[in-house]
Ligand binder design. Sequence first.
Ligand code: FES
Length: 62
Amino acid sequence: MNNETNDIICGCSGTTRLEVVKLIDQGVADLDRISRITGALSGCGGCEFELEHLLESHRPEP
Ligand code: FES
């Protein structure tokens, strides 16, 4: 599965996977901040699982 596409991950805010991955790559590695920056997770909450999954798979090495 390619996670780095322009698929919309959060339909409520129109946030794409790529936007979220870019933020994670920049070190924005928690859901609260991603939500504040992109607007994701501020609607129905249905994207939470996907966002968490993206975060897990792209979290920078400690
Ligand atoms: S899909 Fe993200 S808040 Fe609804």
